[in-house]
Design a protein. Structure first.
Length: 182
């Protein structure tokens, strides 16, 4: 090892001893040339490709985000349209139910009115038939009562009351008196 005195002598003599911490000038120059070549290759070929890949990734990510936003906006628009259609369908269903309920009430009212009219017609027809039957029975009874009265009167009087006009007038008068007596 070199001691301190020898070092001072070497420095004082001006001897060219190489400092191990500093590289030689030719090493620095060749290192700078190699660095410049590598830097040029990176600058010309590697960095543009790397930048292209980064740009493609950024575009893909931003494009994906934009597509997702567009899809979300489209989904929201379709959801709003679906909700509007659903609300319209609910309103239409309510209107149809109300209309069906009204029609049902109208049908029931019409059926009731028709049944009541038919019932009234049947009752009126029955009353007319009953009245006709009563008139027929009254007419037949008058004739029978008149004949029986005449037969009875003939038996009581002992003579024939042959004049039919007189018989009819007598029977009618007798029945009229019975009707007024009621």
């Amino acid at each position: 090892m070199i001691n301190a005195t020898e070092l001072t002598l070497l420095v004082a003599e001006g001897g060219e001893k190489h400092n191990p911490l500093l590289p030689h000038t030719y090493d620095i120059v060749w290192s700078l040339v190699a660095f410049a070549v590598v830097f040029f290759v990176f600058w010309k070929f590697v960095i543009p490709r790397y930048q292209k890949v980064l740009d493609e990734r950024r575009d893909a990510i931003e494009g994906g985000i934009e597509r997702a936003e567009q899809a979300q906006a489209q989904a929201n628009a379709e959801l709003a349209t679906y909700r509007e259609k659903l609300a319209g369908a609910r309103e239409e269903a309510a209107a149809i139910r109300d209309e069906a309920r009204t029609q049902g009430q109208q049908i029931v009212a019409d059926a009731t009115a028709t049944a009541q009219a038919e019932s009234d017609r049947i009752v009126a027809a029955g009353n007319q038939q009953l009245e006709a039957s009563r008139q027929q029975v009254v007419s037949e009874l008058r004739g029978d009562i008149g004949k029986m009265s005449i037969d009875l009167a003939e038996k009581l009087v002992g003579e024939s009351l042959g004049d039919s006009a007189k018989q009819s007038a007598t029977v009618d008068r007798f029945l009229a008196e019975i009707d007024t007596a009621k």
